[in-house]
Ligand binder design. Structure first.
Ligand code: NAP
Length: 259
């Protein structure tokens, strides 16, 4: 599906980014795995162990010079850029609104929203030159509706959805597509506190029960959507915010009937 495509994936050290890096390499992509956390090296080792092709790059996605650098690494290492998955993010800690500081707000939006904007801004000139390119961003169901994160996190993800919609139109006729994925609850490093505390309380079997699929998701289930959107199989999908959430966002509030 991604044979010989040169792709950058951010947040590749853990969770959704790691799963997507491994899957994309399995589908034939050459991957630049970007993360602030050195555990991104382990992702690359795993890809190489499976005979895939990848390089690791430590970078802060909210720093413009780091973004320019990780894009240049892709060009220098693989010769061109075909797609980028701007996925790195932070939860913001889910603080109540009145406890949020200006610093909290800036940090969450710097990584989650500015990081996506910078990835778009600095990859687009390469795609324009090539007359093609695929941009995928990770938003969240929190960007669609309330109750899936703090106000800083939710606003940051609504911003990502808006970037996908707005940029799709600004790039009309260029051959470049951009889409956002809105994951529901996925078991990753970010959601570990939720899972740990449920396990401690013995309520693990209640996690994910409010969606009609009746379970939480795994990173590879988001990775499949990301690889599809990065590939030419998604050639007519553009400017969309696509929930991958077991159906959570499909409904108005609703109580499951008791068995
Ligand atoms: P994760 O396991 O914590 O992975 C995120 C990765 O991004 C981590 O390796 C993290 O490093 C890295 N990162 C954080 N700040 C960074 C920065 N400034 N520059 C570069 N890398 C940075 O979480 P995940 O669940 O896979 O999250 C991936 C994306 O999915 C995020 O955008 C998240 O908001 C979104 N999402 C997740 C869920 C879910 O239920 N898991 C639901 C909806 C949306 P550290 O570990 O050192 O922080």
């Amino acid at each position: 599906m991604l044979e010989n495509k040169n792709i950058i994936i951010t947040g590749a050290g853990s969770g959704i980014g790691r799963a997507t890096s491994i899957l994309a390499a399995g589908y034939g992509a050459n991957v630049v795995c970007v993360d602030l956390n050195p555990c991104v090296e382990e992702t690359v080792q795993e890809i190489k162990a499976g005979n895939g092709n990848a390089v690791a790059q430590i970078a802060d996605v909210s720093r413009e010079d780091d973004v320019q650098h990780y894009i240049q690494i892709c060009i220098d290492t693989f010769g061109s850029l075909h797609g980028i998955y701007a996925n790195a993010g932070v939860s913001g800690g889910g603080k109540p609104m009145l406890d949020l500081t200006v610093e909290d707000w800036h940090r969450t939006l710097s990584v989650n929203t500015l990081g996506v904007f910078l990835a778009v801004k600095h990859s687009v000139p390469h795609f324009t030159q090539a007359g093609a390119g695929a941009i995928v961003c990770t938003a969240s169901v929190a960007g669609l509706r309330a109750n899936a994160g703090g106000v800083d996190y939710s606003a940051s993800k609504a911003g990502v959805i808006s970037i996908a919609q707005t940029v799709a139109y600004q790039l009309h006729g260029t051959g470049i597509r951009i889409n956002a994925i809105c994951p529901g609850l996925i078991e990753t490093g970010m959601t570990k506190p939720v899972f740990d505390s449920a396990r401690q309380r013995g309520t693990e079997n209640r996690i994910g029960q409010i969606n009609p699929t009746k379970r939480f998701g795994q990173p590879h289930e988001i990775a499949e959507m990301a690889c599809f959107l990065l590939s030419e199989r998604a050639s007519y999908v553009n400017g969309q915010a696509i929930p991958v959430d077991g159906g959570l966002s499909a409904s108005h509030p609703w109580a499951f009937p008791r068995n």
